[in-house]
Design a protein around this ligand. Sequence first.
Ligand SMILES: Cc1cc2nc3c(=O)[nH]c(=O)nc-3n(C[C@H](O)[C@H](O)[C@H](O)COP(=O)(O)OP(=O)(O)OC[C@H]3O[C@@H](n4cnc5c(N)ncnc54)[C@H](O)[C@@H]3O)c2cc1C
Length: 204
Amino acid sequence: MSKSVIVIGGGIVGISVAYYAAREGFKVTLFEQQAFAFGASGRNAGFIWLHCRNPGWALEASLAGRKLYEELREELPAPFEIRADGGLIYFTDERQAPVFKEFVAARRADGLDMSLIDNAEVRKLVGPIRPDVVGALFCENDAQINTPTVVNAIAAGALAEGAAHSLRRRPRHRGRHDQRQLLRRPCRGRIRGVDGEADGSQRP
Ligand SMILES: Cc1cc2nc3c(=O)[nH]c(=O)nc-3n(C[C@H](O)[C@H](O)[C@H](O)COP(=O)(O)OP(=O)(O)OC[C@H]3O[C@@H](n4cnc5c(N)ncnc54)[C@H](O)[C@@H]3O)c2cc1C
């Protein structure tokens, strides 16, 4: 008999725990008091910013997490929004260039795909940038997600991980602040049902 897992909260953390626990064969029950992505996961900038992540465990975990998005794009039954275009930090004074160069070398040694790019390359990447920019650090690992779409897609994946015949979607049409999404009551499958959908309405 598989063990049960109860997850409280349908933000990106809770929904990810639900998904991966279901994949491992646990019976998952997830309780969300408002709506998926109602909290910080529905109100953030979505930056996957590895540029300045401290070396060691923090960077390793971030690189592994970044890679996970590529896998999730392949395996989840619903799409989500990600811009995997890299990120840059620019500078406006040539005297800063040696410091940035040193930083790039250190970051490359840490395992990041980072380079120092000149003014022309910066403009190729970002047309509307301030005119006094003379160069930038460019990190290919950086990306940006639309977090509520990720939460929604992982929720769909969590559902798909339950036995298909035991899944039920039961939308409730309540006021926004009275919505409840529950992945609940495991019954033969690992996830019994889901009410509602990701909110994300607080995003700009
Ligand atoms: C303004 C802002 C910008 C940010 N920008 C970035 C960024 O660019 N990049 C980045 O990586 N991170 C960013 N973060 C951080 C990131 O958003 C959070 O680390 C992440 O969303 C936390 O996810 P979570 O699932 O732990 O929490 P949440 O998304 O807050 O989810 C918690 C959920 O639990 C529910 N809940 C709470 N109590 C209960 C209960 N008793 N019963 C049932 N449900 C309950 C809530 O309704 C909520 O849906 C930002 C955060 C903020 C606020």
